[in-house]
Design a protein around this ligand. Structure first.
Ligand code: BG6
Length: 480
């Protein structure tokens, strides 16, 4: 029988991230049998909460679909306990350590501890130090899970990295970018490296441009204070979209081993020059036309004269043999017309074309919602015409994989942590390279208070977006 034990410690257990994401993801794994048998999940936060109340709060955020799931939830809750304590004093962490040892002493096998920091950045450093000094397992494995913001620019990110590195080994640190846990982002490498015809066409000779888009139909909604300090470039582009870019552009790793994968990703980032103001289009939303939706500046947490962008588009060039001259256009925004994240690979024009109606091929990977991969290809218009017409080979997951429930990104990533697989986590040098691309631009925008172009809540983006994107080489195809 398995004699190993696992203790998952959720720091910030009474906060929104923990209730909204961490616990439901842990339950999702538990329900499907992916949690190791001898596991205990210990919540830790400052407030005193009775165990029963804590369990009620955990379960109130978890949806169950039938009686069997309700039973499983009860079993899951029995594995959840709670310890209260401070983030900047040793006593609480010592209590945590004792609680973990209590579990571990029952089993003779390997001992694993996972420290999941669902914490605001202000207590990040003291908590990571306190844990290392008081709750670190001396005779087992220790994994520290952290999440953005990883600083605000290269310098502050390096400071944070140094503070973590003073106590933790790099191979113990799991930096989450939850986009790396999304099903369709995980699909990108397989699409590229397990399909001969795609692999063969994946270069500047065949691909004209790449667009990676994130759109959200909601505004800052109460997060104005946080958001105004960071802005859309730090909130979405520097991490989520840039990570997708690296996977689209990387060379094939030698193996799927985490270091091999991340070695290739970091090379892509290092081949991108820092952005300048000429490479970006910035926007900020105003109230909707009908007056129902507030503008960004109406958010109580946002200063009335804020120039923080809530929309950004930027063009990147990768200076290597595969991608020289191919624009990678990244776009992201809040308060837009729809909820959508997608990767759109637009191929080159057909050379020496002889057919009317031919347009550029596109391969679209729709990350969310409604996961899909579709290929736009020129087909003979059915009937008596011999013109070409743009059609789709459509792999919509709701049809093709209707019986599969796509896991939440956090489920997939926490499973990786439990397995000790770091391929889908951000390495320190990757983070540095990412900040190098954005830091000069961010500093300039802030220093010079570069004015974003206004767009109405619910619009596709600033009015100049279409011409900006076309100016960078994208040819609008039918059905776009
Ligand atoms: C977070 C951002 O990282 O990602 C949020 O801070 C954003 O502003 C969120 O809403 C989007 O994630 P998802 O998984 O809902 O697309």
């Amino acid at each position: 029988p398995n004699k190993d034990s696992t203790v998952v410690i959720v720091l910030g257990a009474s906060g929104d991230l923990a209730f909204k994401k961490t616990y439901p993801a842990l339950f999702g794994l538990f329900k499907n049998g992916f949690v190791p048998p001898h596991v205990q999940i210990i919540g830790y936060a400052r407030s005193h909460i009775e165990l029963d109340d804590f369990r009620k709060r955990v379960s109130s955020r978890i949806k169950t679909n039938n009686d069997e799931e309700k039973k499983l939830l009860d079993e899951f809750l029995k594995k959840c306990t709670y310890v209260s304590g401070q983030y900047d004093k040793p006593e609480g962490f010592q209590k945590l350590n004792a609680a973990a040892e209590e579990v571990e002493k029952k089993y003779q096998g390997q001992k694993h501890r996972v420290f999941y920091m669902a914490l605001p950045p202000s207590v990040f450093i003291p908590a990571s130090e306190g844990l290392r000094q008081n709750a670190y397992s001396k005779n087992g494995s220790n994994r520290l899970v952290v999440e953005k913001p990883f600083g605000k620019d290269l310098e502050s990110s390096k400071e944070l990295a140094a503070a973590l590195a003073a106590h933790w080994q790099e191979d113990e640190i799991y930096r989450i970018d939850h986009y790396l846990g999304k099903e369709m982002v995980k699909n990108l490498m397989i699409l590229r490296f397990a399909n001969v015809f795609l692999g063969a066409a994946w270069d500047r000779f065949h691909i004209h441009n790449v667009q990676i888009t994130f759109k959200e139909p909601i505004g800052t909604e109460g997060r104005g204070g946080y958001f105004d300090e960071f802005g859309i470039i730090r909130d979405i582009m520097q991490n989520h979209l840039l990570q997708i870019l690296t996977i689209v552009a990387m060379e094939k790793p030698v193996t799927l081993d985490a270091e091999d994968v991340r070695n290739e990703k970091v090379k892509v980032l290092r081949a991108i020059a820092p952005l300048t103001v000429d490479d970006v289009l910035l926007g900020q939303y105003t109230g909707s036309k009908d007056g129902k939706e507030p503008g960004y500046l109406d958010d109580p947490g946002v200063p009335k004269d804020s120039v923080t962008p809530t929309f950004a588009a930027a063009v990147f060039y990768i200076n290597n043999e595969r991608w020289d001259g191919v624009p990678f256009i990244l776009k992201c925004g809040k308060a837009l017309n729809e909820h959508k994240t997608e990767v759109r690979i637009q191929f080159q024009d057909v050379a020496g074309n002889i057919y009317p109606g031919v347009e550029r091929n596109e391969l679209v990977i729709r990350v969310q919602p409604k996961e899909a991969v579709y290929l736009k290809l020129n087909n003979k218009q059915p009937g008596l015409s011999s013109n070409a017409v743009m059609s789709e080979l459509d792999l919509s997951y709701s049809k093709r994989y209707s019986d599969v429930k796509i896991p939440d990104a956090y489920e997939s990533l926490i499973l990786d942590v439990l397995k000790g697989d770091k391929a889908n986590f951000v390495r320190d040098d990757e983070l540095d390279a990412a900040w190098k691309i954005f830091t000069p631009l961010l500093h300039k925008i802030e220093r010079e208070k570069v004015k974003p172009e206004p767009y109405e809540f619910g619009a596709r983006g600033p009015a100049s977006l279409n011409s900006w994107v076309e100016g960078h080489g994208y040819a609008r195809t039918k059905g776009y």
